[in-house]
Design a protein around this ligand. Structure first.
Ligand code: NAG
Ligand code: NAG
Ligand code: NAG
Ligand code: NAG
Ligand code: NAG
Length: 285
């Protein structure tokens, strides 16, 4: 049977008028590689549907990777694909990945309506790093599409102050998004994967996910090998080898240190609130 991992949308998401608040839905993301331009109107919302792989029936997932965009969602999905119960039909569990959900205002309610006991996976990384990665992806997308690009500082700063309406910054305000999810789901239903830890040492993070999903432990250390050239782990399973071809090859810009410091101290507060909400801290720089 075909692979059950899917980044398809399974919810019928309706176009709606988002409130004029700064945290709004962006339902368009089915892949990391599809990113919203930072200067799209903030009320934009799109509907995406996708067909299941041929020969399979569309399934309600048992678990959804809800985000965060540029947090390592693809890496997590690829690594969970190692697990036989995730990939095989017999005792399969279905995992969907939709990085845009985490920052979407309406996704929690909709997902709860679909399956209130669903297990949610959330992968987060250092919020400052995430902003830069988000910018970098949009930057290269725009270059490829022959659209004008801006220096990151021009987006981060407006009239001398940090531009907190910049979407890449808004998506890194993890506390705001998390509060919304916790209105619809219990904390126990949301497992947070530390994206920085996953990239540095995948196995322990994946073992926590196996336990969370009640899967037998099947992912082992020999499923990974470190590629010195790339500087990160590659996956070995079922006699196949694959290296994550994330946008990692793309160099991140060097951000003006004053601006970077402004960004860090702003996100610092959000990050403290977030740690209180999830009763856990992360070793983000
Ligand atoms: C967004 O809002 C602007 C002005 O508030 C309006 O002109 C535009 O049509 C809206 N766009 C969408 C996609 O709703
Ligand atoms: C809802 O999610 C739970 C947890 O993954 C799963 O056990 C259950 O089968 C799901 N329900 C439906 C109707 O898919
Ligand atoms: C390691 O990465 C390099 C550079 O991308 C690649 O050419 C090489 O094939 C990789 N080696 C292994 C063993 O995967
Ligand atoms: C960084 O930006 C500030 C203004 O925000 C400017 O005064 C400073 O010269 C810049 N520093 C560098 C190293 O470019
Ligand atoms: C997040 O908060 C922790 C603890 O307060 C702090 O050490 C860290 O620098 C913060 N990270 C960012 C990106 O603000």
């Amino acid at each position: 049977m075909a692979c059950f991992l899917t980044s398809a949308f399974l919810l019928a998401l309706q176009t709606y008028a988002a409130p004029a608040e700064f945290v709004q839905a962006s339902f368009a993301m089915t892949q990391d590689s599809m990113d919203l331009d930072p200067d799209l109107p903030s009320n934009i919302s799109e509907e995406v549907t996708s067909s299941p792989p041929p020969g399979t029936k569309k399934q309600i997932p048992q678990s959804i990777i809800i985000g965060v965009r540029k947090g390592g969602t693809r890496a997590l999905l690829e690594m969970l694909d190692i697990h036989p119960d995730v990939a095989a039909a017999a005792t399969e569990i279905t995992i969907e990945k939709t990085p845009g959900y985490f920052t979407s205002a309406l996704a929690p309610e909709r997902i709860r309506a679909m399956n209130s006991s669903i297990k949610l996976l959330l992968i987060l990384r250092d919020p400052t790093e995430r902003v830069i990665s988000d910018y970098t992806q949009v930057y290269f997308n725009r270059l490829e599409n022959h659209k004008p690009v801006q220096a990151i500082e021009n987006l981060l700063v407006r009239n001398g102050a940090l531009n907190t309406r910049y979407k890449a910054i808004q998506r890194s305000m993890y506390d705001i998004h998390m509060r919304n999810w916790l209105q619809h789901f219990s904390l126990e239903q949301i497992h947070i994967v530390d994206g920085n830890a996953l990239i540095q040492d995948p196995l322990p993070e994946l073992q926590k996910v196996e336990r969370f999903l009640n899967l037998p432990p099947r992912i082992i250390s020999s499923n990974f090998y470190f590629n010195q050239t790339k500087g990160f782990y590659c996956i070995r399973s079922d006699g196949r080898e694959r290296c994550l071809h994330e946008s990692k090859g793309r160099p991140h810009p060097t951000v003006n240190s004053t601006v970077l410091q402004q960004l860090r101290s702003y996100l610092h507060e959000h990050n403290r609130t977030f740690f209180r909400l999830v009763k856990r801290t992360f070793d983000w720089q």
